[in-house]
Design a protein around this ligand. Structure first.
Ligand SMILES: [Zn+2]
Length: 467
């Protein structure tokens, strides 16, 4: 018992001692923290005093501007001012300029980020699209939180967070012939960061009419291009391309893919050209084309044809006027849509040669003998496919007729009736082209699945990946 009592006393005493120690340690920590915060406070006070005394000494002078720049601008853009070839003049010119960026996508993202951060006086952004998750790999100005919201709103918010001292104007609308003159007229320099042919012609024409330099970029797949139109006697877009290329030659990122960093690099070059023109330094890419090959990281600059005297837009007898510009049908002229959206759903074959994705699912459930031919390119097929599908890309179909025949025969094995041939693609256009071809080549019963894999994902299997 004694031993036990003694043990308890020892424990109590030790607890008391530790409590005292703890109190002493806490007191000491408190003293040291107070000392530390006093030292921090003194240091920042000294810094504040220094900054405000520097600031005040400049602001309180006869002028709050030093060679056109406020003390705040001198501090923010000091690394620009230190460049002998840019300096105060360059920054001042930039801060007095206004630049319109058409498109807040893959190209527009780095353009607006750099133009905002470098202190362009007024930055306009025009776009009518919303932020989409499958574009964020290249549209780096948009945070995830803005998915589903207007791109212009998202881009402007990011730019304001980077530089609250410049004027950012949001044009949350599609730039079209009907509004382009009014919008572009408010700016000194225009950056074309769109991704479609009719916009390219329209923006170039508008810049010629309003006499604005135009920095035009393009990026697709693993390649990018960049030039400056209608600047210092250089050609406009129509001088080089009086006749639009066939619509089939114009690919879209949503169909052909694009490595995210490629528009990033081209967009940075566009920002560079815009900054040089707005600040009146260096030599622009007018009359020259910069070509980026991402796989080799090679950049080439080739000379372009000069201005064409016969150009309907900027030539000697130009027929383009503000009046006919407003009503010009750029989509009709180029035979392509003014957006990067999916191509319209075609209706090439009769309804009797088509079935819905739900109907096809019923055939599977009823174990109907069948063959499913997927005519997408092989690299699309590798992304995702309906498990039973056999892949023969549309471009190879003519050479693979015997393969279709043998696969169809295999599908008939163990069945008393003949197997039917069904064709699927991504959206339901190529599958119709394939059925058209197949029906002329001995497969009269071939049918396409309406709406392709997109409708399969929507109507049959919501877990099926879309891309
Ligand atoms: Zn021209």
């Amino acid at each position: 018992m004694d031993n036990m009592d003694c043990g308890v006393d020892d424990i109590v005493r030790e607890i008391e001692k530790l409590k005292l120690d703890k109190k002493e340690i806490e007191n000491r920590i408190g003293q040291l923290e107070a000392l530390l915060s006093k030292k921090d406070g003194d240091a920042s006070q000294m810094e504040d005093n220094q900054t405000s005394s520097n600031f005040n000494s400049m602001v309180d002078g006869h002028n709050t501007f030093y060679n056109g720049l406020t003390p705040g601008m001198i501090y923010r853009y000091s690394r620009h001012l230190l460049l002998p070839d840019f300096g105060v003049e360059g920054q001042k010119n930039l801060s007095m300029s206004s630049i319109l960026v058409v498109g807040a996508g893959g190209l527009g993202s780095p353009v607006v980020l750099y133009l905002a951060s470098c202190g362009v006086g007024c930055l306009g952004i025009v776009d009518s699209d919303v932020v989409e998750l499958n574009n964020l790999h290249r549209q780096i100005v948009h945070p995830e939180a803005y998915v589903g919201q207007a791109k212009v709103k998202s881009a402007a918010a990011t730019c304001r967070a980077i530089n609250s001292s410049i004027n950012i104007v949001e044009h949350n609308e599609a730039l079209q012939a009907s509004n382009a003159l009014d919008i572009i007229n408010k700016y000194d320099v225009v950056v074309d960061a769109t991704d479609n042919l009719p916009s390219r012609y329209m923006i170039s024409d508008c810049c010629v009419l309003l006499d604005k330099p135009l920095i035009s970029g393009a990026a697709l797949g693993l390649e990018g291009q960049l030039t400056v139109y209608h600047h210092k006697g250089g050609p406009c877009y129509r001088c080089l391309f009086p006749i639009p290329p066939p619509a089939a030659a114009c690919q879209r990122c949503s169909d052909s893919g694009v490595l995210g960093v490629v528009p990033g690099v081209i967009g940075c070059f566009q920002a560079l050209e815009a900054i040089k023109i707005a600040s009146c330094i260096g030599e622009s890419l007018s009359g020259k084309l910069l070509i980026l090959d991402a796989l080799s990281s090679r950049v080439r600059i080739v000379k372009l044809r000069g201005r064409s005297l016969h150009c309907v837009s900027c030539g000697e007898n130009a027929t383009l006027s503000q009046q006919n510009f407003r009503t010009f049908d750029y989509e009709g002229f180029t035979q392509s849509p003014m957006s990067d959206k999916a191509p319209p759903k075609l209706s090439l074959i009769s309804n009797s040669a088509r079935i819905s994705s739900r109907e096809y699912k019923n055939l599977i459930d009823n174990h109907e003998p069948r063959m499913l031919l997927d005519v997408r390119p092989a690299h699309h097929f590798r992304i995702t496919a309906i498990p039973e599908a056999i892949n023969i890309p549309l471009s190879m179909l003519a050479d693979e007729i015997s393969l279709v025949k043998s696969c169809l025969k295999d599908a008939e094995k163990g069945s008393t009736k003949g197997a039917s041939l069904y064709v699927v693609c991504r959206r339901g256009n190529d599958s119709q082209r394939a059925v058209e071809f197949l029906s002329k080549n001995g497969f009269s019963g071939a049918k396409d699945i309406i709406g392709g894999l997109e409708s399969w994902a929507q109507d049959v299997d919501p877990t099926f990946p879309i891309y």
